[in-house]
Design a protein around this ligand. Structure first.
Ligand SMILES: [Zn+2]
Length: 337
């Protein structure tokens, strides 16, 4: 009897914690569809350098087109053969709430600071119809863009304004994002019981949500976009863009008081050629700082974080032809061992 009870207890604990809490640590990179389609051996490059996850980027429609293509199918197959996980990190709101439904029901869309409903970006998170529409489209996209690690990413429109209606403006942008995510994760879990959905803390959503609590399955993705990469994040006096590293770490700490640490992911820019090129081609050679990267990993790990990824956008065929040295990739994979 006691043994049966113990067995049932263990099973229920495992089910309650969910297999995602035991996921092996993510050692990821994020690439756009141009990078992936011009460098067909990205799965091999990743595997050879100790990278275990490749994320596609940036909008649902373009990633769908890539994954449906012959090159996209070959990419998925090769990743599966090499044991590389694939997920899709998407600025999604503009597509999940189609802009042409405005004439049908303008209250699904955000109110601007002048009190006008506008269909430029994001949505009104107090429109249940908007939330249902977003969730239904997220489920539809997820059936083709299936993350092999059960991690889904449907972010807000990149750095864009959100709703200012009487109800929404009582919430921060982070809280508005979390209201959407809580609705979407429940819809995703009806199709994939292990589904996890990212809450991206970045730029205008760095502040931790307080008035809204995350549903089961929402995980923190923290992207310190406003830091400096010339100094380690533990150099608290270092000045990033508009804030110090101390402020960045404060935001991270506050978010870890709201979201589970064991599923949290750091989304960094250590390998982000696009950022260091000012998002303009021709790309510059990555100013790789192994010392900064290793110090950062130590800092994040000291806070309990196990999962890491980095943008590596602009590492396309022209980049590798111009700068063939793979040392940064190798040192990145090794540093995350
Ligand atoms: Zn609103």
């Amino acid at each position: 009897m006691k043994k049966t009870f113990l067995f049932l207890f263990c099973v229920s604990v495992i089910l309650a914690c969910g297999p995602q809490r035991n996921q092996s640590p993510m050692k990821g990179i994020i690439l756009n569809t141009h990078d992936l389609s011009t460098v067909p051996d990205w799965p091999e490059r990743a595997a050879n350098n100790g990278i275990n996850t490749i994320s596609t980027h940036m909008f649902p429609g373009e990633v769908l087109d890539f994954i449906r293509s012959e090159k996209g199918q070959a990419f998925m197959k090769r990743c599966q053969e090499l044991g590389i996980k694939v997920d899709h990190q998407l600025h999604a709101m503009g597509e999940l709430l189609p802009r042409d439904l405005f004439s049908l029901d303008s209250t699904m869309y955000r109110m601007d600071e002048h009190g006008h409903r506008v269909n430029d970006f994001n949505c009104c998170v107090h429109s249940i119809r908007a939330l249902d529409t977003i969730a239904a489209h997220a489920v539809r996209v997820s059936q083709e863009l299936v993350p092999t690690n059960h991690r889904y990413y449907y972010w807000l429109d990149d750095g864009k304004p959100t709703c200012q209606c009487d109800q929404c403006r009582q919430y921060t942008i982070s809280e508005q994002a979390l209201i959407i995510e809580n609705h979407v994760v429940k819809a995703l879990r009806r199709h994939d019981p292990q589904a996890m959905l990212a809450h991206l803390a970045y730029f205008n959503t760095l502040e931790a949500p307080r008035k809204v609590k995350p549903e089961e399955g929402v995980f923190l993705e923290f992207a310190p976009f406003l830091r400096s990469w010339e100094h380690p994040i533990c150099d608290t006096l270092a000045q990033g863009r508009g804030m110090t590293h101390a402020q960045n770490l404060k935001y991270l700490k506050e978010n870890l008081e709201v979201f589970p640490t064991e599923t949290a992911v750091i989304l960094e820019y250590w390998l982000d050629v696009s950022l260091f090129s000012g998002w303009k081609k021709p790309a510059v050679e990555l100013p790789w700082r192994k010392d900064v990267f290793l110090a950062d990993v130590e800092t994040y790990r000291s806070m309990g974080i196990r999962h890491f990824t980095s943008f590596a956008v602009y590492m396309d065929s022209v980049y590798w032809k111009t700068f063939p040295d793979q040392t940064p990739l190798r040192e990145y994979g090794e540093g995350l061992k």
